[in-house]
Structures are given as C-alpha cells and as structure tokens.
Design a binder for this molecule. Structure first.
Ligand SMILES: Nc1ncnc2c1ncn2[C@@H]1O[C@H](COP(=O)(O)OP(=O)(O)OP(=O)(O)O)[C@@H](O)[C@H]1O
Ligand SMILES: [Mg+2]
Length: 169
C-alpha cells in the first residue's frame, strides 16, 4: 500500500499511544454498520492501539470472543464492531473463520494485516496505513478505496478537526 492503490485522503501524525487512541476514537464515533477498515503496518506500529480507540469512540466497554465468528473479537457499543487479525492466517483460512459472512454481518469490520487478504476485502474499503514503530512518531495514512470509504474519511476528518480545535490542546 505504500506507493500504489487509492490516494491518500488524510494523513495524521501521532507522537503517543494516547493520541493514536484519540484518532481511533474519532473514527469510532462516525463508523456505521457495513463500513470496512483495513489496517496495514508493521508489527508494533499501532494497529491494535487504533482499534482500541475506535472501540472507545464507539462506546464499547470491552470485547468478547465472537459468538458467531471464530478468531474474531466483537465489541458492542453504539454499533457492533468486529475485529479480526489476519497475522497468523493464510488466505485459505478465511473461509474457516467465516470472513465473507462477517462482511455481510450487521456491524463495522476492522481488519489488522488486511493486506494479507486484500482480495477478500470489499472494493470499497477504508485503508489505514500506519508507519513507524518503537519510539518513533507514527504516521497514519488514510486511503479510501470507494465512495462509502470517502464519505467515512470525510466524517473522520471532521471529527479529528473538531477535537483538535477544542480549547486547551
Ligand atoms: N504514537 C504511538 N501510537 C501507537 N502506539 C505507540 C505509539 N508510540 C508508541 N507506541 C507503542 O507501540 C506499540 C503498538 O502496539 P500495537 O499492538 O498497537 O501494534 P500492532 O500494529 O497492532 O502490532 P501487531 O502487528 O503485532 O498486531 C504499543 O506498545 C504502544 O505503546
Ligand atoms: Mg495488533
């Protein structure tokens, strides 16, 4: 996803884990059922941290193992979130975890290591690339692949700007 694929529609830097959670929370406040977010980035870059923020923004208190989907965590809040990590999965395992059914389910879907199964994600996916590891500042590059994802990134950006504009920051 570095040089090819959809254009970068937003890019944010995050110097801290908490700032990453805030960026995620802004997305969590505007996600809708049916949205699909594909997270890409090295080990330890901050994909899960962003997901934790998304869950917080969506009003979820914690996660449960999905009662319906193997290897999927479910968050219940303002909407249902499905969180799946493809790190240890091969593309052929996706059928076993019910990945295609997950995309048809009644929630938003957050996929870590989504580049490992890019062909299985909807054409209209919001790709989020995280660059940086360790003590480095992280850069989040947001690439909407379709109309739905473009609307989502517009709402996300508005939410990030609204928070950033608050006094005392
Ligand atoms: N700006 C930052 N944003 C997010 N995490 C940060 C930041 N700075 C340091 N960190 C640290 O980087 C690590 C990110 O871990 P996290 O589990 O979110 O990464 P990941 O991309 O999900 O990794 P994996 O590929 O193993 O699932 C955490 O230990 C966190 O404390
Ligand atoms: Mg992770």
């Amino acid at each position: 996803m570095t040089d090819s694929g959809p254009q970068v529609a937003a890019a944010w830097e995050s110097p801290s884990e908490e700032r990453t959670r805030e960026l995620g929370a802004a997305l969590g406040r505007v996600l809708q059922p049916g949205d699909v977010v594909g997270l890409v980035g090295e080990l330890g870059s901050g994909k899960t941290t962003l997901v934790q923020g998304i869950a917080r923004g969506a009003g979820a208190r914690g996660y449960v193992a999905s009662p319906t989907f193997t290897l999927v965590r479910e968050y219940e809040g303002r909407l249902r979130l499905y969180h799946v990590d493809l790190f240890r999965l091969q593309p052929e395992d996706l059928e076993g975890i019910g990945f295609d059914d997950l995309l048809e389910a009644d929630g938003a879907v957050l996929v870590e290591w989504a580049d490992r199964a890019a062909g299985h994600l909807p054409a209209d996916t919001l790709w989020v690339e995280v660059v940086g590891t360790g003590a480095e500042v992280r850069t989040f590059r947001v690439r909407p692949a379709g109309e739905r994802a473009r609307r989502l990134v517009d709402r996300w950006r508005a939410e990030v700007e609204a928070v950033g504009a608050r006094p005392g920051r």
